[in-house]
Structures are given as C-alpha cells and as structure tokens.
Design a protein around this ligand. Sequence first.
Ligand code: DGJ
Length: 731
Amino acid sequence: MPAVRSITGKSLLGLVLCACISTYGAITELSGPKRWILSTERSAYLISVTPEDRVINDWWGPQLAKGDYTVSAWHPKPFSEGPARQEYAPWGGMYYAEPSVKVRFVDGNRDLQLRFKTAQVSSNHLAIQMTDEHYPFDVSLHYNILEQLDLIERWAEIRNRCQDAVQIEVAASALWSFPPRQHWRMRYLAGRYGAETQVHDIDLGQGKFQIESRRGASSHQFSPFFAVSEAGTVSEESGSAWFGELAWSGSWKIGAEINSIGKLQVYGGIHDFDFEWKLDPGESFVTPNFVGGFSDEGYGGASRRLARYQREEILPRTHAEEMRPVIFNSCYATELNVNFQQQTGLAARPAELGAELFVVDDGWFSGRTNDFAGLGDWTPDTNKFPGGLKPLIEAVRQRGMKFGLWVEPEMVNRRSKLFKEHPDWVFAFPHRAGSEQRNQLMLNFSKPEVVEHMFGVLDGLLRDNDIAFLKWDMNRHVSEPGWLEAPPEQQKEIWVRHVRGVYGLIDRLRSKHPDVLWENCSGGGGRADLGMLSRTDQVWVSDNTDPLDRLRIQFGYTHAFAPKTMVNWVTDNPDGTSKSTIPLSFRFHVAEMGVLGLGGNILNWSEEEMCAAKTQVAQYKSFRHLIQNGELFRIGSPEEKACGFNYVDRQKNNAVALLFRPFSNFGETREFRIPGLAPDKTYRVILEADAKNPKSRVLGILSGRALLQEGIGPGLNGQFLSAVIKISSVE
Ligand code: DGJ
C-alpha cells in the first residue's frame, strides 16, 4: 500500500465553494461534510459522507468541472429499498436491496449498522473505515486509483475486534452506483463449453439481473465482467460505458439491480450462495478486487482500458513484457495417446513451421491409459516414456523449441495411487457416492496437506526437467463440496479456501521457478478471470477451433481480456469438431488475433499446406508485437458480413488489421473502415501476401481520417475470405 502523504493544502480549481481542500495525487479531499474526488485522466468518482455518517457515491462519470458541486452537498434521500447510493451496503435496518455485507454476531444480532469512522488518503489510495454503532466490528473500503487507465480497484476488508467470532454470510467486493438514466442496458459475456464468452446485451428494468457461477470456478457460463450504458447512446467507439471486472476464480456473482424509483446499482463479489466464513477475534477477511471504470469511447474504450490494465498491472511481471511464443500443442493431434517415439516424430514439423514451444498435453503421466486413470500421479508413465521426459525434452530443444507440459493438479481419478493413499482428500459428503465428470473427482485444496503434497510434486517436476511452460487445466467444477473434518460452522468456507489454496500453490511455484510461462485452462475457458490472470500468463480460451465459432468467442473474449492472453489454434481441415472446411489463410488469420497456436495432426498436412503455414507463422511473428502489446479497435462483429480487428501502437504510427468476410456478400459494400489511427497522420497501407495474392502490395497512402471515413477495399468478395493489412505512418 502506498505511504500516506501529508496534506498539501493545494487549492483545486475552485471546484467546490468554501470547502477546505487538500490534494494527494489522484485524490482530492474536501472538508465540510467529508468528500473525496477520485480523479483519473478522463473520469471522476465522488464519495461523500452523509449527515447520518453513511458513505455514499454521488458522481461517477466524466471529469468534474468547476462549479459542478458546491459544498452544500445534495444527498440522495432514502427510499423504500433503504438508504440510497451507498458505497457498501450492510444488511440491517430498513435495507431491502442486495446487501454488500451480512453478518451474525455471537448474541444472535444480525443487524449491521456501519457508520463512517475515519479515512486514510495517500496519492492514489483511499481507505475509508466504517464501524458498527455498537460492536467493535469494522469494514474498510479500499480504492486504488489508476489514473492513466480511468480505473478504480475496489475491495473491502472486514475486521472483527469483538471478543467472539462473527459469522460472515455475505462479503461483496464493491457496490457501484450510477447516475440517473431513463433506460439502462447491460453487456455481458455468457456461453458454455466450446462456446465461451459470447456477447449478450440485455435491457434492464426494475428488479435484478444477475450473472454468476456456483461451480467453484469462474466458469464457461458467465465471465465476471459487466458493462452498462444508457440504452441507445453507446456504440463500439463512442458514448459512455461503465464497466467492471472481478478478480476471483471461484463462485461469484455480479448483479444489476434497478430499484422502484429507477436507480441502478451493480453489486459483485464472492458468491454468497452456500458461503459462510467464521471470522475469529482479531481476524480480517479481505475480499477480491473488483475493478471498475468509465469509458467515454464506448465498449471499445472499455476493452482497451481493461487490456492495458492487464498488461501493465495484472499479468505476472516476470513475463509481462515478453512476446508470447508460437506454440505447438499435442492434444488435437494425439489426444491421450502420447509416447516418446511419436512425440519426437511430431516435434520435427512444428519446428519447421517456426513454432517456438512444444507442449505435451494430457496423457504423459503414470497410468494414463485412458481418462479413467492416472490423474493425481504426476510422474512420467514409464511405458510411454521409458527414459522419463528428459530424452523428449532434449529432442525438442534440439529442434530449437522450448518444452511445455500439461498438468491438472486439482484432480484425481479413483484409479490412481494418490486416491488409493488419500481417499479423504477429495470433496465429499457422507452417504453420497459423489458425482464424477470425465471420471474424475476434485481434490480439496482447503486442506493444507493437499496443497503441500502438490507443491512437492510439481516443484520436483519443474526442478528435475527443463520445462519452460506449464498448462494448468481443470476439467470439472466443484460438486458435493463437503469438507468432513472441518467444524460445521466452517464447512462452507471451502469455496474460498480452495481458490486461495490454488492461488497460494501457483504463487509459491512461480516464485521458485520464475522463468516458467503458465497457461490457464479449464476444459477450454472455464476459469478465465483476473484472479488467474494475475498468476498465469495466458489463457486457453476454448477447445473449439472452428474458425467461425472462434471469431465469436474471441470477439467476446476481447471485451474483458487482453489479446496478449488469448491463445488461438490452427488445427486440421476439416475442423476436428465442426467438420467445417475453411481456407488455411482464414484459419490462420483468426488464430493470429492473439497468441498463435498450432494444433492438429500436422504430420498429415500436405507440402503445400506446410509451405503456406510457414509463411503465415513468419508473417505473424513480424507483427505480433502489435497484436500482443497494441491497442485493439474492433470493426463490426462476427455476426455481420464484415468484421475486423485493428491493433494500433500507442503512438499511432503502426497498426495491423485482420479483416474477415465470414459470410458471402455478393454485391455488398466491400470497404472496411479502419478505426484507431491518428486522423491527421498519413499512412501507407499494405495488403500482406497470402495464397490468393502471392505478393504483398500497397493499397494506398491515406490519412487516418480517410481510413476511418472511407475505409479501404482489400477485395474480399465471397465467403471465408480474410486479409492482413499492415499500416505504417509516412512522414
Ligand atoms: C481440456 C482442455 O481444454 C484441452 O485443451 C485438453 O488439455 C484436454 N483437457 C486434455 O484432457
């Protein structure tokens, strides 16, 4: 936490009349009634203390200007759902909306009455402490201001100073309030296995709309992300959008609630379903971070702020700046049937194509003859790899690639040594058989001995082998969440303790093996969230590799996550699951939208395909710095006849645009408008070579304004056509 700065007494803009003002970096403190303005480059967030000592929000939106507020603050009146626009709403008194915190004191009192106590301000951090009227029980609200990103990180710290334990029943991360608008709309990401992160828009009305996961992982079904706007006023690149994303990898909920007088609040945090936490005297419970932001550049601006946030603040620092390598992963080619001979043979082909990392997926470990056995026993199967992994690693290294390995540490098969030795390590309820998915059970990482065991195993694997990359998978979510040895009042803590166990294990392994790159997978994108992204470098966003499906998945994914974290695949033709037959260049261009991965059985690829693929990989490498570290401007959507993705560097000197015609469009407009460039700069626009155009060629020399207004026509007339356009400023 940043050091607390002393009050400077510097006067601010004459913004608030008669108020005593102090500024600390991004925070301006006003006195009179206590108020704080949290300022970012293009937004402001105003917090006030009411005469009843409640902490409320009364501005979140564009920057405040002189005279927007006077010291005689207007405070929203309580209404029938309870006190309005609270920054964090305790359940108690006449509060009928979704509470942020709900507790049970030892004497049975469940009425929590939090009142403002004190605040600590430093350059970009504000901590507001509220205390119960009677019990020594505090909630501190934390605000971290990321000025350049127009983002505020929020979390709450709940502290018990009573003599007895207090049971926490609800502990949200934040409650966000919004200015009055007639008609709100919410954008969110939903889906299922193989169809993750689909974009949905819903009109909000009186009542609650909640997205959530009760699965112990953030899930394929919903992503912990929201964006709200006034209906009809926001588009991809214009209008006001408020958005947020939760950094939690277990069960969670985010809800938009409109009360009877039309006011919107968004709550979010760890799911309170089946949750309880015993807070012992002197202990604190710290909620996950819920980052929120305001964009005056539509949904595109919201996504860019989140992507930059991930690149600059969230992703593990050890690899944050590095380019993600071109990967080959064995799973689409060989599934579980891996062995030394065949993987060594396979490795020659990706090396020829320019892959930089060779990853052996599921199937390499002891007893893994099929998916009924082996999970839990993380030593190489001696039938498949008689000399262990070293000879294969050596062969891969000789091909000029690094070596990576798949693991699924939270899982166990009944047919494994681990389960035989520790049948009590799995989640289970008495008198219940326990549900299996993919024939596997889940280890209970709430138990320190389970985590400790797994640390020893994985640490040994990384120590003894030259492994540069670990793919951490999770192919089922929690069921029968019983933790039998725990006292009854703590059994529901597993939802949090398991996630903390996973986090702790990855953190320990990473600090011991800082060079290893990590990939986060959960049967595809079943655990993509900021919590995992702060400890893994990239995400396997879906198992589905059909290029049309991928366009939708990836379009949605980029709303909440940085392209640098998005691993995409070029597999076989026809596609293994959808059986679609789509030109190689289209498949490559779709996969080039983030981190390029090669899958499929490339031993079967023709010489012509190998040659075209080699060219595509080399092209991708020539512009991947823009894809991975640039700012993304989306063009249209995959549901339309034209869609594209323009990745621009921060200085707006260079860009690369991936353009697609997913559907036939006979006689339709053929131009693509290109957003994100500097209107007054002049650019050379080059169409990259592909199978149809063996030579790259200049499409024009145009200003950024012309590229946005009139666009360019790369000649994509027909279905499954795509192009790569390289754009560079000419002075
Ligand atoms: C599910 C993952 O999403 C796949 O990529 C693959 O690793 C399989 N698990 C392996 O069992």
